[in-house]
Design a protein around this ligand. Structure first.
Ligand SMILES: Cc1ncc(COP(=O)(O)O)c(C=O)c1O
Length: 470
């Protein structure tokens, strides 16, 4: 019998140590993975250490190395050493952080970590907060508070009366929003048809004149959702101009800052977030730019009373604390993993300065990748950068001389697939302003200059191979 904890430690270390040299993306596809895992439900038990060994052997070929330095797809980071280790403790301690009385240390760490984050992002110090599974649920949490408040202003108690017969809420939001805003609006029963698109400029930033015009059409409850960095080119809405106009119209303003809220920590980038503190709620992620393990999102709400009214459970058999914060007053979930603990560890490992350095470093790497890949050419084809990154997100497209737009869309997807299959680097694709592009998203603490040079060279090799038909 082997010790499952020792085996897990061994496999985890091996995985982390191989990140610098191993493939950037999963090498096994669905058929291989199904063949590896498919088996009848076991009728009898088995040695725990053996289970861990078999799990690692079967899963490793199907793991993406998003924890590594050459993974630039979606917006996915790795995890800082202290955060990963703290997460192991979270599992071992197995605390249910719904209430202080049920998990005193974990609830207290969450209380303190939430305060630290408000300080880090320079948000109102009396704002309430919730640790969620991700930015998606941070939107749901914050927008539930918004729903409470805008309907209360219209004389409607949504918690008591539900939404049947309630005044219609309009959600004004950028055409360039993330899909998680739409999901949140649907989960909250507001309905997709109550989303009103506000026009955006060429880089995807909300246009003030269109917002003013759309606000003037509605006199009922309004929520406005703004972007602190979109996931294609990292565009920020102009908070200082847009928020006062929306608030003057009685709107609740929510900001999607899944990763862009972190720009606020960098001296060089902070001006991108000017005016963001005027909003009513903010959603961000720990598992993106803070490099804590999945899963972790955070919602902040200026109007703590609305937040609590939307979330608090208050069942008779639970004993609320008089001396400390009860997480379930602020979260949808009752029983919860102590996901603030890795955040607490990460903030100590980095400190404010370390977070700022991480943000600046990722932006520099993104710039180097986009300009380096964008300058590549081989006889008959070349790459071109579609933006000059303002943050950590960039786009590159690949074009063959004389080819149509559609052919170059397919060529761009082919280059992405070739790079990913090579295992040398990993990128995802997108459609931006009607054209296919390779996304370059840099959020990992591990990415360094060597990773950047290696990844540019890998793209060059694939471009050459595509032209040679190999
Ligand atoms: C801008 C933006 N908002 C929201 C989300 C959703 O975040 P999560 O996957 O943590 O729920 C993402 C995810 O990439 C994002 O990029």
């Amino acid at each position: 019998m082997s010790d499952p904890f020792e085996r897990a430690r061994h496999h985890a270390r091996k995985w982390l140590e191989n990140l610098d040299t191993g493939p950037a993306g999963a090498q096994a596809g669905a058929a291989e993975l199904r063949a590896a895992f498919e088996a009848p439900l076991p009728e009898t038990g088995r040695d725990a250490g053996e289970i861990i060994d078999a799990l690692a052997a079967k899963a490793t070929p199907g793991l993406n190395a998003n924890a590594g330095g050459r993974f630039f797809a979606w917006v996915m980071a790795g995890s800082l050493p202290s955060a990963t280790a703290a997460d192991w403790l979270v599992s071992a301690w197995d605390q249910n952080v719904g209430l202080f009385s049920v998990a005193p240390a974990a609830a207290m760490i969450e209380e303190i970590t939430g305060e630290w984050l408000k300080d880090l992002f320079d948000l109102p110090r009396d704002a309430s907060f919730a640790f969620t599974t991700g930015c998606q649920m941070a939107h749901v949490t914050a927008l539930a508070a918004a729903r409470h408040r805008v309907l209360a202003h219209a004389g409607w108690n949504v918690e008591e009366e539900g939404l049947f017969g309630a005044p219609a809420i309009r959600v004004l939001t950028s055409r360039n929003r993330h899909g998680s805003i739409d999901s949140a609006i649907r989960y909250l029963g507001i309905g997709q048809s109550n989303i009103v698109d506000v026009d955006t400029g060429p880089m995807g930033d909300m246009q003030l004149d269109d917002l003013e015009q759309k606000l003037s059409h509605y006199d009922g409850p309004i929520i406005l959702c703004l972007n602190a960095a979109d996931l294609n080119v990292g565009t920020f809405d102009d908070f200082a101009a847009l928020i006062p106009v929306a608030r003057a119209a009685g709107a609740w303003v929510h900001v999607d800052g899944a990763f862009g809220l972190f720009a606020r920590v960098s001296e060089r980038l902070r001006s991108l977030t000017e005016g963001i503190e005027l909003a009513d709620s903010w959603a961000t992620d720990g598992h993106k730019w803070l490099n804590v393990p999945y899963d972790c999102g955070i919602a902040f709400v200026r109007d703590a009373e609305a937040h609590r009214a939307a979330m608090a459970l208050g069942a008779a058999y639970l004993s609320p604390s008089r001396e400390a914060r009860d997480p379930n007053d602020w979260n949808l979930e009752l029983s919860r993993r102590a996901r603030a603990i890795p955040v607490y560890a990460a903030l100590q490992e980095l400190g404010r300065q370390g977070v700022a350095d991480l943000i600046d470093r990722c932006c520099e790497h993104c710039h180097a990748l986009v300009s380096g890949i964008g300058a590549l050419s081989v006889p008959g084809a070349s790459a071109k950068a579609l933006n000059d990154p303002v943050l950590n997100q960039g786009l590159v497209r690949f074009e063959r001389a004389g080819a149509s737009k559609e052919e170059n869309d397919a060529f761009t997807d082919d280059i992405i697939a070739r790079v990913n299959a090579s295992g040398e680097a990993f990128f995802s694709g997108t459609t931006w302003n009607g054209r296919r592009a390779m996304r370059v998203s840099v959020v990992s603490w591990r990415t360094n200059d060597a990773d950047v040079a290696h990844s540019i060279a890998a793209v060059q090799t694939c471009l050459t191979g595509a032209l040679a038909g190999t």
